[in-house]
Design a binder for this molecule. Structure first.
Ligand code: SPD
Length: 305
């Protein structure tokens, strides 16, 4: 699909006070198509378009959600609802780990996940293993609230390159690994494979925790179950959880939490949680267990397999 195909002009009504003027207002929309569903956001401006060595990078200004980062036609993040993704990818795991000192984020070049990681004062080192340096550069310009931490916080280390390779070269180093990838299609698919999950497990210290973003349970319950089953080969406890992310397909998104036994719903540091909740805009204390209440059809779909 050509980049231009993602935009459409639609008649949006008539000019106010237009009884003598038939001219229609034209609205420009950015559309994302996923399977048989299409979502659209009315935009005012295309702020950036480029093609990196890995993907098409697009930044538009939407009316409802502010700036929107789009990679290869898929919405990655927006000014307004980024909190629902980044806070929920990070806090359940970091609060569950008793000593999260060394953290690795795989992907996440926009910086949002790392920003949340670095809000935990207990963190000593946050490594961002992002394959596409252009995403970092573009986000530093258009999403400073997300990306500023990548250069301003001394605890953050940028490892621009293949996350797969990075984990292979750093066995036993991390307390928590967070996989902030694109979707499990095309280049992102490798970050949902057996080999990658094994590498992640090996790159963790004993007792380490791994979390990956997953899919919408409404459209991809089978894929989510497959990812859970794959993770179970390497982790004793694997739990799906969900967040409401309006600009992601279906508006409801899942994550997989994986540990050797730490259960985030009951084992977490309440003192650190209080500190995080004080400055969070999405995550609340109730999410630490409540987010793990996934729809009944998730378990039932396993039986049907
Ligand atoms: N379908 C969208 C999934 C995108 C997950 N990664 C988003 C990156 C935001 N830091």
């Amino acid at each position: 699909m050509r980049l231009f195909d993602r935009f459409s002009d639609r008649p949006g009504g008539v000019f106010p006070y237009s009884s003598f003027c038939e001219k229609k207002l034209m609205e420009t929309w950015f559309n994302e198509t996923f399977g048989d569903i299409q979502a659209g956001w009315r935009i005012t401006e295309i702020l950036h378009r480029s093609k990196s060595a890995y993907q098409e990078i697009l930044v538009v200004n939407t009316i409802e959600f502010g700036r929107m980062l789009v990679l290869d036609g898929c919405v990655m993040t927006t000014d307004k609802d980024e909190i629902a993704y980044h806070e929920m990818l990070v806090h359940p795991a970091l609060l569950a780990h008793p000593n999260p000192h060394d953290i690795c984020v795989v992907g996440g070049g926009d910086g949002g996940t790392m920003r949340e990681v670095l809000r935990h004062s207990i963190v000593r080192r946050g490594v961002l293993a992002e394959i596409d340096g252009d995403v970092i550069t573009v986000c530093q310009e258009f999403f400073p609230k997300l990306a500023d931490c990548l250069t301003r916080d001394k605890r953050c280390e940028l490892a621009v390159g293949d996350g797969f390779q990075y984990l292979r070269e750093h066995p036993g180093q991390f307390d928590v690994i967070l996989s902030d990838s694109t979707d499990p299609v095309g280049p992102g698919a490798a970050l949902f494979d057996d080999d990658y999950f094994k590498l992640a497990k090996d790159a963790l210290k004993p007792g380490g925790i791994f979390v990956t973003q997953c899919k919408s349970l409404w459209t991809d319950v089978k894929t989510a179950i497959e990812i859970e089953v794959r993770l179970r080969k390497y982790f004793a406890l694997v739990l799906p959880y969900v967040s409401t992310i309006p600009t992601y397909p279906t508006g409801s998104w899942s994550f997989m939490f994986a540990s050797d036994g730490i259960d985030p719903r009951t084992q977490f540091d309440a003192r650190r949680q209080e500190e995080i909740c004080g400055s969070s805009n999405y995550y609340t204390a109730a999410h630490q267990s409540g987010a793990f209440a996934v729809p009944a059809f998730y378990e039932k779909s396993k039986v049907k397999k």
